[in-house]
Write a protein that binds this ligand. Structure first.
Ligand SMILES: Nc1nc2c(c(=O)[nH]1)N(C=O)[C@@H](CNc1ccc(C(=O)N[C@@H](CCC(=O)O)C(=O)O)cc1)CN2
Ligand SMILES: Nc1nc2c(ncn2[C@@H]2O[C@H](COP(=O)(O)OP(=O)(O)OP(=O)(O)O)[C@@H](O)[C@H]2O)c(=O)[nH]1
Length: 464
């Protein structure tokens, strides 16, 4: 039986944690990972043999405390001085069967000082032991959730410290300026009539400019992480569901000629040339009596507001009349798609300017027939172009999370205040710079993040 006092102290940092780190379900091989001061003792208990030389794989018969055989496993020990978490780590590479994994996890749980890991707890320990900063840990989590090649590249870049380097460089520069400002408060420099604050002001303002430029990147890093949102819009029977199906090359949405079939919002995920796209089909927008359909329309409009690109569908036999309900959605974030072109031969009249809306420019105009497939591959390549344009990596890495954005905006606010105070009050001006540096420090987790760490790491997988 497990000792109660040990079980109760299970929240302390010195616990040894364990978890299945490979995916759940039957597999060829499953990896169980242990981290903490009792990891090596636990391996000795299961294998009845001394721990093998660090970082060398060894074959061991594992048994539980009753002597029942659990598996013939490959085991590896990592000393705390060189491990993923910075603690002693043991990996058990098991045969990936249900009973093997369950037997091993149960045997580990019965060992004093061991407990199952919380989600993200291995990474949390790596962070606490300075093996990773917060942006690298977040990159690691993104890598595990990456669905497309471009997402993978962005995550690997972040895991390699690209964002950490950028933000630490900015923070370091602010701290250097701050040192000058503080020295000047204690020992004013008579040779500088405007004071040191005046002298460092241009440097700080150019740094502020760099940060603002980084912020106005059109959400490219966030869009790549979360998927580029394309919302399909149009009046009932414009052909929204049919187009969604054609794009998805499968029957994911309900296609029917009964008006208002699509009452809710349907979303599918696409990989467009390595870029993640969330294609969202919405309820036909129109006046409606039914409460359910109205709710569908309300949701459709909400999704349309937050879309990265809107496909506004208009039937070829209605064109060039633009339905009133669609007018407000036609802007530079919209692609006008003339649908069902097989129904008429009038569609091919190209319109540079939208009829009745001479001042409005849309991102693109496309002509398709889902029935004959004409124009679909063109539409596809146009979409791919938009998506690439919106998300392709730039030389400077993009911020990838709202958390980063908030902290950067905060830093800019403090630097704005510095700008106002610089000529007036040296002490206040220095404090503004200190606060700005602190905001940047929050991104990498250097300062002021204790209260959010639990939230950040709980978003990770168990075993990571
Ligand atoms: N079996 C296994 N595969 C895995 C992992 C793992 O933990 N176990 N990883 C887990 O996510 C990833 C690899 N990442 C790792 C990162 C650092 C260290 C490590 O031991 N770091 C030491 C020594 C560095 C060195 O020798 O160069 C350290 O930083 O001190 C291990 C794995 C992916 N594959
Ligand atoms: N001839 C022809 N008919 C089409 C084409 N695309 C869709 N249709 C037909 O038009 C009707 C409406 O298509 P849907 O895709 O259900 O239209 P929707 O815009 O999703 O409609 P709601 O769900 O009611 O909002 C169906 O009968 C389709 O078969 C096309 O390219 N050519």
């Amino acid at each position: 039986m497990k000792d109660q006092s040990v079980a109760q102290s299970s929240q302390t940092f010195a616990d040894t944690i364990f978890a299945l780190s490979s995916g759940a379900g039957t597999a060829g091989v499953a990896v169980v990972r242990l981290s903490g001061p009792h990891a090596f003792a636990a391996l000795e208990a299961l294998s009845g043999k001394p721990v093998p030389e660090a970082r060398y794989a060894a074959l061991r018969l594992l048994t539980n405390e009753d002597g029942a055989r659990l598996d013939q496993a490959l085991v590896i020990a990592f000393k705390g001085s060189a491990s993923f978490t910075g603690e002693d780590v043991v990996e058990l590479h098991l045969h990936g069967g249900r009973a093997v994994v369950a037997g091993v996890l149960e045997a580990l749980d019965r060992i004093d000082g061991l407990r199952p890991a919380e989600p993200g707890e291995f990474s949390r320990r790596a962070f606490d032991n300075q093996k990773l900063d917060l942006t690298e840990a977040e990159g690691l989590n993104d890598l595990i959730h990456a669905q497309t090649a471009a997402q993978r590249e962005q995550a690997l870049r972040q895991m390699d410290g690209a964002l950490r380097d950028l933000y630490e460089d900015w923070r370091g520069r602010l701290v250097a300026h701050l040192a000058h400002l503080e020295a000047d408060i204690d020992f004013p420099d008579e040779d500088l009539p405007e004071g040191v604050a005046g002298a460092v002001r241009p440097n700080i303002l150019s740094l502020k400019f760099e940060i603002t430029q980084h912020l106005v990147d059109g959400r490219r890093g966030e869009a790549l992480r979360e998927g580029f949102r394309i919302v399909i819009m149009g009046e009932p029977n414009a052909g929204k569901s049919t187009l969604l199906n054609a794009l998805a090359k499968s029957d994911v949405a309900i296609v029917s000629d009964e008006e208002g079939t699509t009452r809710d919002v349907i979303e599918i995920q696409l990989d467009l040339g390595g870029y993640p796209v969330r294609l969202i089909d919405t309820a036909g927008v129109r006046e409606s009596q039914g409460a359910i359909e109205q709710e569908g329309i309300r949701r459709a409009l909400a999704r349309a507001e937050e879309a990265d690109l809107r496909l506004v569908l208009i039937r070829a036999d209605d064109w060039p009349v633009i339905p009133k309900s669609m007018e407000r959605w036609l802007d530079e974030k919209a692609m006008l798609v003339i649908t069902q072109t097989d129904r008429t031969d009038m569609f091919h009249v190209k319109h540079d300017k939208l009829p009745g809306m001479p001042d409005v420019k849309v991102a693109d105009v496309a002509y398709v027939s889902a029935k004959t497939d004409v124009g679909l591959s063109d539409l596809f390549s146009h979409l791919e172009e938009h998506v690439r344009e919106a998300m392709a990596p730039r030389e400077v890495p993009s911020l990838t999370r709202v958390r980063h954005r908030r902290a950067l905006e905060e830093a800019v606010d403090h630097l704005d205040r510095f700008d106002q105070n610089a000529g007036l009050d040296a002490v206040l001006a220095a404090e503004d710079v200190r606060m700005a540096a602190r905001s940047l420090g929050k991104i990498t987790g250097r300062v002021g993040v204790e209260d959010i760490l639990d939230v950040i790491f709980s978003d990770f997988c168990i075993g990571k």
